[in-house]
Design a protein around this ligand. Sequence first.
Ligand SMILES: C[S@@+](CC[C@H](N)C(=O)[O-])C[C@H]1O[C@@H](n2cnc3c(N)ncnc32)[C@H](O)[C@@H]1O
Length: 411
Amino acid sequence: MTDPSLTSLVAELSKLAAEYVPSDGHDAASQAPKLALVNLSKKIMYSLMDPGMMVQAHSLQMAEMVCIRTLLDLKVFEKMSSEEEGKTITAKELSERSGVQDTLLERLLRPLVASGFITQSPDDGSYGSTRFSQAYTSFPGLFFTLMFDHFLQPMTDLPKYLQKHGAVEPTSFYVNPYSDYHNASDSGMTTWEIMSKDPEKLKTFQIGLTTGDAMVPVTGYYDFNQLALTPAELEKTPDRVSLIDIGGGVGNVVKRILDAYKDLNPENVVLQDQENIIDMASKEKIAPHGVQLMKHDFWGPQPVKGAKAYYFRRVFHDYSDELCAKALNQIIPVMAPDSHILIADMLLPEIMTDKEAHTAALDVACMVMGGKERTEEDFRRLFDSVGLEVVAIHRAPGAAAGVVEGKLKTE
Ligand SMILES: C[S@@+](CC[C@H](N)C(=O)[O-])C[C@H]1O[C@@H](n2cnc3c(N)ncnc32)[C@H](O)[C@@H]1O
């Protein structure tokens, strides 16, 4: 007898496949039809698997991740990717090229053949690279390296961490799974300070982070033009700040905003970050001419009074609610009645959908450092706790991200 749920899922898949037009676009809208097919195929696969098969699949995934990271470190994929498409290489030849023992290579490559990450010739057992193994040496594979090097090991220690510290969300920037993993929970060092001690690791983090940049789009859904000074303001308060990008890095984000929203005058825009980052920003000159570069520690009182908008992008998810409240409390005393707080970050749904799978995974990575990705409701609660109200949530089309806009409560 046929399984009615299986046949109906397969019928749905055939329908989607018939309508599917491949796209080269990397934006969420272009990827959506592909993602729908992948997710439906996964549903079919899971409907067929029994729990033992699921355990085997997870075991393969664990070995796969370790083998990929090891082969990346040994620069083996580079040696394979120089092959013409469709051409394969024996373990012996690959060993000569890479300096890695051939028997070790075979053991590391086998799980990757099993998962489809690389191929193996059924004729002579030689190995072939795929678009996956090729991509992992650069974009978007560097994000895999970031996740593996910085988060996987502390993540695997999460059960141990919770046994020691209690089964509650890690919220501290000093004592968390990341600091425990690095035996630094008594050191008083923040996650960033621990990371900075290993320049190589810091580099993989920074490079990997740029590959994840598109997850929180900067432009296209919140109209920054509305922060431009009005003619009356230009007359009365021409120096009023329109926008402060707090923890704004070296200026890439303000550049993108000013390139896209021409009503904004760079002279009314401020870029704030830590001392060494602002020094870098002055040197690199990425921020458009006129933007004021300001060294500022966001745990201390905000020096710019009455700006139209205080903007944080990809900052709040690094911190617990308590610490985010602390950062907001530095700004609240200097806000004007019409000042706004803008938080651009990932947004988790109240009820998970396939679209937010990646955000949910990143949330666990944030947890390791005491941070968290948030739902709309989480942001409302956070704002409410410090006397702010959410006035709008501008969602980035097709992405699990948006800008949460808040202002002082008006009761
Ligand atoms: C994840 S990066 C985000 C950079 C930028 N907003 C973006 O979206 O690309 C976090 C930024 O916060 C800055 N930061 C961390 N702690 C800070 C502090 N106490 N005061 C000011 N900036 C800080 C870091 O230097 C870094 O540039």
